[in-house]
Design a protein around this ligand. Structure first.
Ligand code: AMP
Length: 219
């Protein structure tokens, strides 16, 4: 099964992707996380990527596709993949579909977690990330058990370097101008599942599972 999970910043798509990958045994591929790991690994490619990410700009498709191609192995395709934060623009969607078609695969469902701009801004204020393992927390929706400490690995929780006000503005603009228009394409194809993201993590997760069952993708 190939799933895309999409939505505005802080919609909780990363959290839902993790839950889905655990429950359905899917490979979770977050392009944002892959890029952050490349930045942490240092070197000139990391520096180049950091320049885009810190501004809230899109990393060029050539770099994104280079990382993606390493994940689109026959083993991962057979297991199933959930793409998180990709595609963000129409050329990326076209590239993904061409690559999948070559491998006799296709996008089965797109899970769109919708959220109003006001709730997005409120949530972004409270967002924290572990500087060691990259786990996400939110003071409003998913607080850590101990303030400032990662539940998963004990690492330090920090604000993301791309969550200053200018970078956030850029990211929201790209989402509205480039990513949101893709939903029309998914809807026309009958593969879009639009969900209200202003509910608890558990309720949204149950809703996603129910829809995948209805689509005959999960038993
Ligand atoms: P995210 O963690 O999904 O919010 O992504 C963080 C940042 O990584 C984005 O603001 C972009 O700079 C970069 N990024 C993530 N996914 C993509 C993508 N599919 N194409 C281009 N840039 C991306």
């Amino acid at each position: 099964m190939i799933l895309l999970i999409t939505g505005p910043q802080a919609s909780g798509k990363g959290t839902q992707a993790e839950l889905l990958s655990a429950k359905l045994d899917l490979v979770h591929l977050s392009t944002g996380q892959v890029l952050r790991e490349a930045i942490d690994a240092d070197g000139s490619l990391g520096e180049l990527i950091k320049g885009y990410v810190d501004k809230g700009a899109l990393v060029p498709d050539s770099i994104i596709m280079m990382f993606l191609s390493t994940y689109l192995t026959p083993e991962n395709l057979a297991k199933g993949i959930i793409f998180d934060g990709f595609p963000r623009i129409e050329p990326q969607l076209n590239l993904l579909e061409e690559t999948l078609a070559e491998k006799k695969a296709k996008i089965d469902r797109v899970i769109f977690i919708d959220l109003s701009e006001q709730v997005v801004l409120d949530r972004l204020m409270g967002r924290l990330i572990c500087d060691k393992c990259g786990a996400n927390f939110n003071l409003k929706t998913l607080p850590p058990k101990e303030p400032g400490i990662c539940d998963r690995c004990g690492g330090k929780l920090i604000r993301r370097s791309d969550e200053g006000s200018e970078a956030i503005k850029n990211r929201l603009k790209i989402y509205e101008q480039n990513t949101r228009p893709l939903f029309k394409i998914y809807k026309e194809r009958g593969i879009l599942e639009k969900l209200d993201g202003d509910r608890s993590i558990e309720v949204i997760f149950e809703d996603i599972i129910a829809r995948l069952k209805k689509a005959g993708l999960v038993t």
